[in-house]
Design a binder for this molecule. Structure first.
Ligand code: DX5
Ligand code: ZN
Length: 233
């Protein structure tokens, strides 16, 4: 059983971009732990979204951790901009980083937490020699680029394998996030496999309820309530 605090990170990709401050307040009020910011360059993924200037504006609206997922070809070019904008976490894609260890070191040198994202078809082996350089692994459970896609169950054994690698390396504190197709039932599956951060766009912002508390809390369903109530950061 996974006894880590379960963190819920709503993805603002599914929010109303014309009302981001309002939509961040809605998930804050609903008990969200982090805000997940999907940055896409139209090159690494076939879609364009937002970048550091928007993070700078969001920083003025919330004290929650801004978890920035860079789906871009050349992340190194933008790291200093994200640090200056007030990003807390920067996640880069293993598939896009030729010098992954250097990129992770630079993220930390800039005062941010470093994460590595793995596409559904990417194996966990590329993490073997950077386990001491990362603070988070983000397992993509859809092919990145769009919200509202279907969860790919083949990633579940990969989550378990990564948790084992981290435990064996003495890096139990490293977060494992799962991103894509998260709802109450898929969240439970990935939490049971060893994940502790649930990233969700559609199942939170697509809720019919004005109050998003229920949409956020059901994502923690596989977790221990008492521990969850202490979860932050
Ligand atoms: C996909 C993004 C995800 C996406 C998740 O490329 O990285 O963060 O917003 O959206 P849902 O929860 O709708 O699958
Ligand atoms: Zn994401």
């Amino acid at each position: 059983m996974n006894l880590r605090p379960i963190l819920v990170a709503p993805s603002i990709l599914s929010a109303d971009f014309a009302n981001l401050a309002r939509d961040i307040k809605r998930v804050e009020d609903a008990g969200a732990d982090w805000i997940h910011v999907d940055v896409m360059d139209g090159h690494f993924v076939p879609n364009l979204t937002i970048g550091a200037p928007v993070v700078k504006s969001l920083r003025k609206q919330t004290k929650l951790v801004l978890d920035c997922h860079l789906m871009v070809t050349d992340a190194d070019r933008y790291l200093a901009d994200f640090a200056a904008a007030g990003a807390n976490n920067v996640i880069v894609h293993a598939e896009a980083c030729v010098h992954l260890q250097r990129t992770l070191s630079q993220i930390r040198q800039l005062g941010m937490k470093a994460g590595v994202a793995l596409n559904p078809a990417t194996t966990e082996e590329c993490l073997t020699y950077v386990l001491d350089d990362l603070d988070q692994v983000l397992v993509m459970s859809v092919n990145p680029g769009f919200g509202g896609q279907k969860f790919i169950p083949a990633v579940i054994p990969k989550i378990a394998a990564i948790r084992k690698m981290l435990d064996q390396a003495g890096r139990k504190e490293v977060h494992i996030g799962v991103d894509g197709g998260m709802d109450a039932s898929t969240a439970k599956l990935v939490i049971n496999a060893g994940a502790n951060v649930i990233i969700a766009g559609n199942s939170i912002y697509g809720s019919q309820d004005q109050d998003l508390s229920h949409a956020v809390s059901v994502l923690r369903s596989g977790s221990n309530e008492k521990i969850v109530s202490q979860a932050r950061g």
